[in-house]
Design a protein around this ligand. Structure first.
Ligand SMILES: C[S@@+](CC[C@H](N)C(=O)[O-])C[C@H]1O[C@@H](n2cnc3c(N)ncnc32)[C@H](O)[C@@H]1O
Length: 271
């Protein structure tokens, strides 16, 4: 098969940006590396032929395969631990006191990948509340565009090496060993997380209630500035007053881009 032409690359970049918000403009090597074999094995003669197939597949299945191949899903338990420390020290005590009547804490892990982030949150929240958790609804909505990562997340099986950084009491209390190499998250935690496929580029957020906490960490790095600002403002509209937005430590929100107020590195608040 011939290398991707400039025209084909430009067309692909435009499509992926418009549909998924992901900016591949400077990622030609990544695109070719991840798609070449798949295109040849699937029997397409050129990028154009493959690409026409993706665009004309109204079931959306080919688009899902394309995005599964192009997204980077790297994640791990307790990633960016300062966030969890702040959550435990400042935010959970605040809500435990202020939402005590409604006992409702709505958390969204947007771009949850293989589940380590929402499971870390569920474990932390459960271990914070302990026996006082009774009566509280602290379910976590965990969404991603990639069906591959969501399937893995729902299985909730992780290699023992992936759990090494977790506190020992968490490993003992919230995981069951399957064998020497792997463990599964316990049902009590799994039932706290609801996984759904959702494209953050959707203009409409189909959520009935607003969120208290939104984690969208290491997702917007793939988006261009305009897409990122629009998404941040949509998060703002779907957040309860006083709610917190967490982004990745390598990301930032400028003051003029939204009404969010900076509270700590990579943590913003709707005041
Ligand atoms: C690097 S992972 C971040 C995982 C986790 N939040 C963390 O910080 O470790 C980025 C995730 O964003 C997802 N993603 C990228 N574009 C998306 C979009 N338009 N809508 C929803 N999820 C998207 C990818 O599929 C990937 O799983």
């Amino acid at each position: 098969m011939k290398d991707i032409t400039e025209r084909e690359f430009t067309e692909l970049v435009g499509f992926v940006k418009q549909t998924y918000g992901i900016n591949l403009l400077h990622k030609k090597t990544l695109v070719c590396g991840r798609l070449n074999n798949y295109i040849v094995q699937s029997g397409f003669q050129s990028f154009s032929e493959y690409f026409s197939h993706v665009k004309s597949d109204h079931t959306g299945k080919s688009g899902v395969i394309l995005v599964n191949k192009l997204t980077t899903n790297h994640t791990y338990f307790l990633r960016e631990p300062q966030h969890f420390e702040f959550l435990e020290r400042v935010i959970l005590p605040y809500y435990a006191a202020n939402e005590a009547r409604k006992k409702d804490l709505r958390v969204w892990s947007a771009g949850c990948s293989t589940g380590e982030e929402p499971y870390t949150l569920a474990i932390l929240i459960n271990s914070y509340f302990g026996v006082k958790k009774y009566g509280w609804d602290t379910k976590i909505l965990a969404t991603d565009i990639s069906t591959v990562v969501l399937e893995q997340a729902q299985k909730a099986v992780y290699a023992s090496t992936q759990l090494e950084k977790l506190p020992e009491r968490w490993r003992e209390q919230y995981f069951t060993k399957i064998d020497a190499e792997s463990s599964i998250v316990k049902d009590s935690i799994r039932q706290e997380v609801i996984f759904r496929r959702f494209n953050l580029m959707n203009e409409m957020f189909p959520f009935k209630k607003k969120f208290h906490l939104i984690f969208c960490r290491n997702v917007m790095i793939y988006f261009d500035a305009e897409t990122k600002v629009k998404l941040i403002n949509r998060f703002y509209d779907h957040m309860e007053p006083g709610g917190y937005l967490f982004i990745g430590h390598s990301e930032s929100i400028n003051r003029h881009e939204s009404n969010y107020q900076f509270v700590a590195p990579a943590i913003y608040r709707k005041v």
